[in-house]
Design a protein around this ligand. Sequence first.
Ligand code: F6P
Length: 371
Amino acid sequence: MLKRSRSGIFSSRDKKRIGILTAGGDCPGLNAAIRAVAKTALLNHGMEVIGIKDGYEGLVENKVVSLSYKDVSGILTQGGTFLGASNKADPFRYVTANGKRKDLSDVALKNVKMMGLDALVCIGGDGSLIVAYKLYKKGLNIVAIPKTIDNDLAATDATIGFDSAVITATEAIDKLHTTAQSHHRVMVIELMGRYAGWLALYAGVAGGGDIIIIPEIPYDIKKVCSQVLERNKRGKRFSIVVVAEGARPKGGKMVINKIIKSSPEPVRLGGIGNKIAGDIEKNTGLETRVTNLGHLQRGGTPSPFDRMLATRLGTFACDLAAKGDFGKMAALKGTNIAAVSLKDAVKSTRRVSPNHSIIKSAKAVGTSFAA
Ligand code: F6P
């Protein structure tokens, strides 16, 4: 076990040293968060900053880079993460050269000691923050920052990357509207989000989707088809169906695209959009097309909201580390930033309640959830 000091930043060196890593899938706003942590550390706490490359892989493989002010300047608007990420590397179940899994968490701890890190900021989604919590319990001085386009982390009202993905998805729905209208077609768009429907719900409502299908409300294909036909009768000769990748029919299953055994979260969803489009065409006779927006939702420049959120969470997380307030996650609570326990943050994921006020508003303007 590494020794955790009560006073917070505590090594015998003059300058304290903070590490940053971005774990799991990338999203817009990660660079903004790295910049916020690093600049706060350099400018306000006189710390040295170390970037760990490729998430937890860098922690196990000792892939590090020293970060100066210049290195983290000019990256606020850039998508992705310049430190690299990996959603396969879990130090507790690390895939070694012979393809076998091994618990290399002690190696990660040893490396952190060797790097001379007094604190480590982990920027991650649910899977990555579970790993962060386990490392914290093993003795690492960890502070977390929530990110994921899925927006499914408990204990924070928003995650970095979600707003940017909503904008990308909404723009795609807007574009599908014009071609759907021209050709009198049904357009099905499949969005990411894993087991939570936040992304499909927000983009579906913002883009004026006619039917929104999310994992939390299993759909009835008969209702989907009758809604489409009903619109046709009313002279609306096109329909937009927004589907979350985790959606499933009543009494049915989610569609799994592939299993990636080496990943901490091995299931990759995908394909429900094709299934629904096929069923619509077969049952209504209306020409139907599918768009799977895929990883476009994770790319591009962060929205102003995500830049703001990343800056606020990053500066706050660095201050927590400087105070020695470890085992915490910086979170958005209403309009404020607050510290929540990492334990609570990873206890469960946050999914859409079928009674959510957004669903009520969507229904009030005629949007169907096909339940
Ligand atoms: O968690 C973020 C996310 O983009 C999910 O919405 C999606 O299901 C998954 O990651 C895709 O993972 P990968 O990039 O490994 O295909």
